[in-house]
Design a protein around this ligand. Structure first.
Ligand code: ARG
Length: 461
């Protein structure tokens, strides 16, 4: 394609330094805004026509050319290649002028790339958030499918990574489901603020043409128009909010990843990863490594980097638009790509886990995770919880000395610590009773988790 002319040549005599031109050009990055840019231009053309700046005939010629440009961009893979346009806006305008000559030169009337880029980016991000919502839902579904397939499995629950109390594996899945549900809510919130139209703010002071901004916003599916032109062209809060929501998704995925990595170690042995999502070692023939989850965990750092990079870029910028802001796109695109692929890989991992039920059962039955049950048993017999806690602590110490679990102590050994302990204690200490007692909303009792799964399934649609 021919070398493109800059949109601002008139005031300049000299040529741009080649290295600087390359540094300044953003087309290789912002070409992703191509469809948004054309859509916004088509709507803007209509607004110019309604404002009487373009005749009906002129408007329809421009729109038809823009539609052809859109079609070319969608179908012709090398349409963008080897083009030296400064940015996506220059690219689209250049193609328009190629096709319509002087007429195409009228489209930019009353518009600036400053309100144009903010509008395009919001349009792009709006669909990106919608696509994200679907990806998040698919990840949630993979958690629910796994939970249902492993409905009976109990694992140790941990605090401080020390065995604490047994929980259903499905309960563990639902914990991650909740995190992703909050992520979806957060993104829906962000979307509301993304969906405001800056177009018509022009360079910074507003447009001098009688553009009906409200009608323009409606035609582009925006919820409303920006109220202040200086703010509209320089506001990138919506990018920061998006990156912040992305960072939380990555926090959640990295915690899921860490749990899975730990559970697949020989030391835990709860999970085995399918060959499809594990890798081997070039040196150690026996290795099966959880690279899929390690990468998800690792990529979290990269997304936080995107957030911090943009915060640092925006800090202290004077009103209104500054070229620094062009950096916003790389951060947002990178975070979007990284979070999307991480979510997809996490969902694939969930579909490729085999649970070693012998190991989970042994791990859930040992390690004194029913000690709190024994304390609760004493509470039911009238002992204040603090005293019960103390008594059971001593019983545990004794059991450790004898190398036994609590339920392996005989009744006399137990009664040495409290004469209130009777034969029914063994039932209270069983794994099923331990689980079953957590029967309030949010607890891990089997019927509560079953109901929570049903509810989750419905809510995630
Ligand atoms: N490529 C620019 C960006 O992404 C578009 C806006 C440029 N405006 C300007 N006055 N230089 O921010």
């Amino acid at each position: 394609m021919a070398e493109s002319k800059n949109l601002w040549g008139g005031r300049f005599k000299g040529k741009s330094d080649a290295e600087f031109a390359d540094f300044n050009n953003s087309f290789r990055v912002d070409r992703r805004l191509f469809e948004a840019d054309v859509a916004a231009s088509i709507a803007y053309c209509q607004a110019l026509e309604s404002a009487g700046v373009l005749s009906a005939e002129e408007g329809s010629q421009i729109r038809s050319a823009l539609n052809t440009i859109l079609e070319n961009g969608r179908t012709n893979e090398d349409y963008f290649d080897n083009d030296s346009s400064e940015d996506v806006h220059s690219f689209v305008e250049a193609r328009l002028i190629e096709m319509t000559g002087d007429l195409g030169r009228r489209l930019h009337t009353g518009r600036s790339r400053n309100d144009q880029v903010a509008t395009d980016f919001r349009l792009w991000l709006r669909s990106a958030i919608d696509a994200f919502n679907t990806t998040l839902r698919e990840a949630q579904t993979s958690l629910l499918d796994f939970a249902e397939a492993q409905r009976d499995v109990v694992i140790p629950g941990y605090t401080h990574l020390q065995r604490a109390q047994p929980v259903l594996l499905a309960h563990w899945c639902l914990a991650y489901f909740e995190m992703l549900a909050r992520d979806r809510e957060r993104l829906a919130e962000v979307r509301r603020r993304v969906n405001i139209m800056p177009l018509g703010s022009a360079a910074l002071a507003g447009t001098s043409y009688p553009i009906d901004r409200e009608a323009l916003a409606t035609s582009l599916g925006f919820e409303g128009v920006s109220r202040n032109s200086l703010d509209a062209v320089s506001d990138r809060d919506f990018c920061v909010e998006f990156l912040s929501a992305c960072s939380l998704v990555m926090i959640h995925l990295s915690r899921l990843a860490e749990d899975i990595i730990v559970y697949t170690t020989n030391e835990f042995g709860f999970f085995e990863l399918g060959d499809a999502i594990a890798t081997g070692s070039s040196l150690m023939p026996q290795k099966k490594n959880p690279d899929s989850m390690e990468l998800v965990r690792g990529k979290a750092g990269r997304v936080f980097g995107d957030l911090l990079a943009l915060l640092a870029t925006l800090k202290g910028l004077p009103l209104a638009y500054n070229k620094d802001m062009q950096e916003d796109k790389e951060a947002v695109f990178d975070a979007y790509d990284t979070v999307s692929s991480s979510l997809k890989v996490a969902a694939t991992v969930m579909r490729n886990i085999t649970v070693n039920k012998d190991r989970t059962l042994v791990a859930s039955s040992g390690g004194y995770m029913n000690a709190t049950e024994l304390a609760d048993y004493l509470v039911r017999k009238g002992v204040p919880f603090r005293d019960a806690h103390e008594i059971v602590g001593k019983v545990v110490m004794r059991a450790i000395e004898l190398g036994k679990e609590l339920e392996q102590l005989n009744i006399n050994e137990l009664r040495e610590y409290s004469s209130l302990i009777e034969d029914d204690v063994y039932d209270a200490l069983s794994l099923e009773r331990t689980l079953g007692s957590k029967s309030q909303i949010g607890g891990t009792a089997r019927e509560v988790v079953k109901a929570a799964l049903l509810k989750a399934r419905k809510s995630s649609l």
